[in-house]
Design a binder for this molecule. Structure first.
Ligand code: HSE
Length: 434
């Protein structure tokens, strides 16, 4: 018996998939009980340099040689982007093929359409490689933790930003120089917008939220902040308070039927497991009501880690399609139908915050600022002042607040920004773990 696979795209990940399927054929056959065979891979330019030389005759420029080819049972979409990926995925499902994809943006933005189509035609959509590279977090939540009500989920889901933040924190680099270094090392893209603005991690958060709670949020439902505004002083002050700054994806069940979903740089205690996840690593912590806390960490990107997840899905689809009742395939998200629970607006959430004001050092400044904060119900837990900027003559007035409602805090901060002595303000949420 043979399960025949077609690839859409033969870039870095496609080459990694071909490498594993070719070089580890005996191992995969031993595990599965039959053989996986790559039949065709659709590419734009068959002459391009490849990181793993494709077997003779594998490459084609014709999508129809994969999508809708009755010989091919499973299609791996490794092109990325929305179109033509979306159209090809829907076409493959309609043609009765199972789909594996590493495309987080596609599923986060068009998941409803794709998952509904898969259910309608009774085919699998697998996407382990779309979130946190080689970490088997999709399967962990969908299957391993399926007995649980998930209470909260925290993730470091973008390797590029985690590498930048690690360098800023440990080696006091500015954002610009840490980014340049990450680009030179081949981690960050030439256009890093998707990573540094948080969109890539937000796409992954949408998928994890759907798996955990059966709710597929829209991008607009999620509070998304990137890391471009962070400055070296923020890392020094964080360290002084015993914190580390991480770009954290959070989705929590905060009240019955209400979820908080946000992606933002936060300060977390230096002793927390997630604080120790450095460099380009990814990690996820999930709390189930029965399981307790689960923590997984590993490479979140790269040729072989991502290919590891894709080939894992290939084997799983092959097993599922052979062994499970053909009228009832497992649903992609682990929920037979999605719910429409409310995502709590960020303005209604509350947490302690770090505020760093750049102010003119003059009598009465602290009381003007704290007066405004107080009128908005923001209570201060700690205040320090130091570090005169020789260029601007401003000093850093740094505050940690008690828990504050974000809507109130935003109003207060806006009001303080209008003070003539205030030249800038930075605000970072302090993450509380219960
Ligand atoms: N660019 C992503 C990262 C990997 O740096 O983690 C793909 O989602």
């Amino acid at each position: 018996m043979i399960t025949k696979i077609g690839l859409l795209g033969y870039g870095t990940v496609g080459a990694g998939v071909a490498q594993i399927v070719t070089q580890e054929q005996a191992l995969l056959t031993q595990k599965l009980g039959w053989t996986i065979k790559l039949v065709k891979a659709v590419v734009r330019n068959p002459q391009a340099q490849r990181r793993f030389t494709p077997p003779e005759g594998l490459l084609t420029t014709e999508p129809d040689e994969v999508v809708g080819n009755p010989e091919i049972e499973v299609v791996c979409e490794l092109i990325g982007g929305i179109e033509p990926a979306r159209t090809l995925v829907l076409k493959a499902l309609s043609a009765g093929q199972h789909v594996i994809t590493a495309n987080k943006a596609l599923l986060a933005l068009h998941g409803t359409e794709i998952f509904e189509k898969a259910q309608e035609v009774n085919r699998c959509v697998m996407f382990e490689a779309a979130v946190a590279g080689s970490i088997p977090i999709i399967r962990t939540i969908r299957e391993g933790l399926s007995a649980n009500r998930i209470q909260n989920l925290y993730g470091i889901l973008n390797g590029t930003t985690n590498l930048i933040l690690t360098r800023m924190s440990k080696d006091h680099l500015t954002f610009d120089s840490a980014l340049k270094e990450a680009q030179q090392a081949g981690y960050a893209e030439a256009d890093p917008t998707t990573d540094v603005m948080g969109y890539d991690a937000a796409h992954k958060l949408i998928l994890l939220t759907a798996l955990a709670y059966g709710v597929l949020p829209k991008m607009d439902d999620i509070h998304i902040e990137g890391i471009t505004q962070l400055e070296p002083e923020d890392f020094s002050f964080a360290s002084e308070f015993g914190y580390v700054i991480k770009l954290l994806a959070v989705s929590s069940l905060v009240e019955k039927e209400t979820i908080e979903a946000r992606l933002q740089p936060v300060m977390l205690p230096a002793s927390h497991l997630l604080a120790g996840v450095g460099g380009a690593m990814n990690a996820v912590m999930v709390r189930g009501n029965a399981s307790g806390d689960i923590f997984v960490s590993g490479p979140g990107a790269g040729m072989m880690p991502t290919a590891s997840a894709v080939v894992g899905d290939i084997l799983e689809v092959a097993r599922t399609t052979r062994h499970s009742h053909s009228d009832h395939r497992p649903s992609a998200l682990g929920w037979r139908s999605l719910k429409s629970e409310m995502i709590k607006p960020i303005t209604q959430t509350s947490a302690p915050y770090y505020l760093r004001y750049a102010v003119i050092d003059r009598p009465g400044v602290l009381s003007s600022i704290s007066g405004i904060l107080g009128r908005h119900d923001i209570s201060l837990a700690q205040v320090i002042q130091k570090g005169q900027n020789p260029q601007t003559g401003t000093v850093n007035l740094v505050m940690l607040t008690h828990r504050a409602v974000f809507g109130d805090l935003s109003e207060a901060v806006k009001e303080t920004q209008a003070l003539e002595v205030v030249k800038g303000v930075h605000l970072i949420r302090v993450e509380e773990f219960n």
